[in-house]
Design a protein around this ligand. Structure first.
Ligand code: PMP
Length: 306
């Protein structure tokens, strides 16, 4: 059964019916993946009858950076994206957790190095939490290497970068795992196909540093902040060797889509006792309270929609 889609999409200045949101097959966006995007979540708060979008400013700052790195002829500033994004959510009338995807792309029928004309579309889609949140997931250390910053800028959330993630993610599933962890070109732990990684060793959280060829994740930043300010646990950001993964007491992924997802096994070896770890569980609960606006938004991370 096809997934039900929302009624409207934002495309180049207009909110249009889903079926009318079309790009030409010959556009560099289609031919070469010449585009950059953001994945942002909105959380429905039932008691307040309100939708809160999480860390809009940080996502749109990253989208701006991505556009500059792509040398686009036209740059969509945060406000140029935020206004239609909030309008689209209202028009689609979402009252559930959603995933929002603003994409800035090269349109027209130019060659691969074209830097314009530039278009923008935004989609908003209901996206319920994954069952892995409760059960944890099984992970394969991938034989596919994470992109090197010398080959494709890893901090740019470019559509084309995701072919790298696809190879690793699909291979993991074919081999019977839920998803993958990729190592970088120096053989150190990098990240998952669309999410960052934390491990806990000796009661201390560790995560690959921003020079480990990761996307500079906004959820990673959120998790570091919550662990520190709310739990008094300071995270060490450093290179992590592959064999450290098998010594971890706890491990979890984090990301906008993956939220805080426990990892219960790596390459068939149980992480800790193979159950969701206590720090992971506590962090998950706190994360969901914060993103849903069930606790005071002291950090100014939430944007109300309605
Ligand atoms: N790494 C990659 C490759 C990603 O695609 C994502 C999702 N944007 C993340 C990490 C997590 O980033 P964020 O927390 O900003 O969503």
């Amino acid at each position: 059964m096809p997934t039900p889609h929302p009624e409207f999409v934002y495309l180049d200045g207009q909110i249009v019916p889903w079926d009318d949101a079309k790009l030409h097959v010959f556009s560099p966006a289609v031919k070469y993946g010449a585009g950059v995007f953001e994945g942002i979540r909105g959380y429905w708060n039932e008691d307040e009858n309100q939708m809160y979008v999480f860390r809009v400013a940080e996502h749109l700052a990253r989208l701006r950076y991505s556009q500059i790195m792509m040398r686009f002829d036209r740059i969509f500033e945060p406000q140029d994206v935020e206004t239609p994004m909030l309008e689209l959510i209202r028009r689609n009338g979402h009252r559930a957790t959603i995933h929002i995807r603003p994409t800035v792309f090269v349109d027209g029928y130019q060659e691969s190095a074209a830097t314009g004309p530039i278009g923008m579309f935004i989609t908003s889609f209901e996206r319920p939490a994954s069952s892995y949140l409760q059960t944890g997931c099984s992970v394969q250390v991938s034989s596919w290497q994470r992109l090197s910053d010398r080959a494709m800028p890893v901090r740019v959330k470019a559509n084309a970068n995701y072919n790298n993630s696809r190879y690793a993610g699909i291979q993991a599933r074919v081999d019977g795992y839920d998803t993958a962890i990729m190592l970088n070109d120096r053989g150190q732990v990098s990240e998952g196909p669309g999410m960052c990684l934390f491990i806990v060793r000796g009661g201390r959280p560790l995560t690959p540093s921003v020079t480990s060829d990761i996307l500079e994740s906004i959820t990673r930043d959120t998790v570091i902040e919550i662990l520190d300010a709310d739990f008094g646990l300071s995270t060490t950001e450093r290179e992590i060797g592959r064999s450290e993964l098998y010594a971890a007491e706890e491990a979890f992924f984090c990301g906008t889509a993956w939220e805080v997802t426990p990892i219960t096994s790596i390459d068939g070896l149980a992480v800790g006792d193979g159950q969701v770890g206590p720090i992971t569980k506590r962090l998950q609960d706190r994360y969901f309270d914060i993103v849903h606006g069930r606790v005071a938004d002291d950090r100014g991370w939430l944007t109300p929609v309605y």
